[in-house]
Write a protein that binds this ligand. Structure first.
Ligand code: GDD
Ligand code: MN
Length: 385
């Protein structure tokens, strides 16, 4: 039987894709040319793109066993797509490359050689190292943004890496796998996440590589992705102690407070009574908070269709109970224990806010809230049962 065994290829190339249909076939043939003579496979991780990216991959995979497709449904995100692609592999080495032909795949054999022969743990294709260039960044503002983000990351990492934001790198798969439980998996910056999340000191090398302009399709970088980047730095700076979702939830809550006060001011100007105005403001703020949390905080598991109304109503119910708890606790502290005005109010608001977060995470968006450092196995404890 021994002869029938076919071990995993030496390198798995993971390609995150969203609406990249026209780029799939060129990508596959470029990889085949670049990796000629090497045992390789490629995993396209598609988030159920409406343009039929997955079908395009499968059409090739049906003829070429080196190509695989991982299709994720109901989830979005470059970083988490990359993680799942790497986890689907058993090769000693994994590489990550964009699916839009912006990266130069002919560098892959050099990157592999650095891992295999030079003993590097991670090889980053840098736009800013010698031999690289960032000509493909779409605009002047993208250049500036990129420079600022790189500076921030360098400070946090205490590193001299010239391109910690690169989307093109190769790594020992076991190291990636070991770091996986600590990755935030949010946003675009999987490499940075990996660098910040690896416990062992990694031997990192850089090689220069050009970043071409995109020819087909469009970039998915958005304001939201930038917010996720800021959140990633925050998460790592605080040692993962405060969940990113909680930060996002809190910011949305603060915005909701602004909405509330605006509605109150308008109602006052129109001459509505305070009681009515306060109720209206509360409803509008809750509705706004739900929309924003659904789009931002829980973007990756956004409720749609029929589940949207159910979620909205549950959210109102959860926040309603949160408000009652808030007032009740504050009153108990103030009248019962003679705690001061401000600390009583703050304690009520904080407990109410945490309640809203924990309960809506479980009931509305259907996943238990996680607290503290992420552990290697199992999710966080269910906050309520
Ligand atoms: N599965 C999946 N899900 N793939 C995604 C998603 C997603 O939600 N969002 C983007 N992608 C895929 C794109 O289809 C593309 O193949 C790749 O990830 C990069 O996305 P782009 O939208 O083209 O990003 P960019 O060109 O603005 O930025 C890229 O290059 C930078 C410089 O190296 C990214 O790789 C950045 O991380 C990188 O810093
Ligand atoms: Mn791109």
């Amino acid at each position: 039987m021994e002869g029938a065994l076919r071990p995993a290829p030496e390198i798995t190339v993971v390609i995150p894709c969203y609406n990249e249909r026209p780029n799939v076939a060129p990508m596959a043939s470029r990889l085949a040319a670049a990796l000629d003579g090497i045992a390789w496979e490629a995993v396209f991780v598609d988030d159920d793109s409406p343009d039929g990216t997955a079908e395009a991959v499968r059409a090739i995979a049906a003829r070429d066993a080196r190509i695989r497709c991982v299709r994720r449904i109901g989830r979005r995100g470059l970083a988490s797509a990359v993680i799942e692609g790497v986890l689907s592999s058993s090769s000693p080495f994994a590489a990550v490359i964009d699916g839009d032909l912006q990266h130069d795949e002919t560098r892959l054999p050099i990157m592999l050689a650095r891992l295999r022969e030079d003993g590097a743990d991670l090889v980053v294709a840098s736009r800013f190292a010698e031999g690289g260039d960032a000509a493909g960044l779409a605009s002047r503002s993208r250049h500036t943004l990129s420079a600022v983000a790189i500076r921030a990351a360098q400070i946090m990492l205490g590193t001299k890496l010239t391109d910690p934001m690169s989307g093109f790198f190769a790594v020992r798969r076991e190291l990636f796998e070991a770091a996986t439980p600590r990755l935030t998996g949010q946003g675009f910056k999987i490499l940075l996440d990996l660098l910040l999340s690896s416990s062992a000191r990694l031997r990192v090398e850089e090689i220069g590589a050009p970043f071409h302009a995109r020819r087909e399709g469009e970039s998915k970088l958005s304001l939201l992705v930038m917010l996720q980047f800021a959140a990633l730095l925050f998460d790592k700076a605080t040692g993962g102690l405060v969940p990113l979702r909680f930060v996002s939830f809190t910011l949305v809550g603060l915005f909701g407070l602004g909405v509330h006060l605006t509605v109150l001011a308008i109602a006052d100007a129109v001459g509505v009574s305070f009681g009515v105005a306060q109720s209206a403001a509360t409803l509008v703020a809750m509705a706004a908070n739900f929309e924003l949390n659904n789009r931002i905080t829980y973007r990756d598991q956004r409720l749609r269709g029929g589940r949207l109304w159910r979620g909205r109503l549950l959210f109102f119910a959860v926040c309603g109970v949160g408000a009652v708890a808030n007032v009740g606790i504050a009153r108990a502290l103030y009248y019962g224990m003679h705690t001061g005005w401000t600390p009583s109010g703050a304690a009520g608001a904080i407990i109410g806010g945490v309640w809203n977060y924990v309960m809506s995470a479980t009931l509305v968006w259907g996943r238990p809230a996680r607290w503290g450092r992420k552990r290697a196995s199992g999710g966080g404890a269910r906050a309520c049962s």
